[in-house]
Write a protein of this length. Structure first.
Length: 199
């Protein structure tokens, strides 16, 4: 009788422990939707594609005034880039929005705008991942942000630009200090533009 009393509570404890373990396992697996948690307050986190609108064949942000002209710079073979907006966001990054127009008489490829870093080019073909911002006062160069898979937070999947056609592009960079209000912007094959940051 004393043995039965000892083993019965042990069986109950074992059953409760198993049920608790199963409940934890189900809770841990059941909440997975394939999305990572967003932590906008973290200084080390980078904006995700959902936060920035960055996807294949993306264009500039939705609320950009395409008629605004902060700068106009010439590129090779009749290409012209008009920068519409350089905006500092609360998430700790700066977004540059622009339009590239083919003013030449031939089809122009976007391949050279991905930069020269082989890993970046491989992950972001036909993109504007080669762009940089230079803070001359702080003596620092900023590169286009990338996610953990090496994909740039910028326009990707650009097709060849036909004559007299244009394409909207955007690039996101880590934000310079708030005291920096002007930066130099470069994109391969285009002249450097001095730009004022808004926001």
């Amino acid at each position: 009788m004393s043995i039965r009393r000892t083993t019965t509570p042990r069986r109950v404890v074992a059953a409760v422990s198993m049920a608790a373990a199963l409940a934890l396992a189900v809770t841990g697996c059941g909440g997975d939707t394939g999305e990572t948690e967003k932590n906008p307050g973290s200084s080390s986190s980078k904006p995700t594609e959902e936060e920035t609108g960055a996807t294949d064949d993306t264009a500039a942000g939705e609320n950009v005034d395409q008629n605004a002209k902060l700068a106009e710079v010439n590129g090779r073979d009749g290409l012209v880039m008009v920068v519409n907006e350089v905006k500092r966001d609360s998430g700790g990054f700066v977004t540059v929005s622009a339009v590239i127009k083919n003013g030449g008489d031939g089809i122009r490829s976007a391949g050279q705008w991905s930069g020269t870093e082989s890993a970046v080019v491989a992950a972001n073909p036909n993109s504007v991942a080669g762009a940089t911002l230079i803070d001359k006062v702080g003596k620092k160069r900023y590169y286009v942000l990338r996610d953990t898979d090496g994909r740039c937070l910028c326009t990707t999947g650009l097709s060849a630009i036909q004559p007299d056609k244009s394409v909207s592009v955007f690039m996101q960079f880590p934000a310079p200090p708030s005291t920096t209000t002007e930066v130099d912007f470069t994109l391969p094959t285009f002249a450097t533009a001095s730009l004022k940051i808004s926001g």
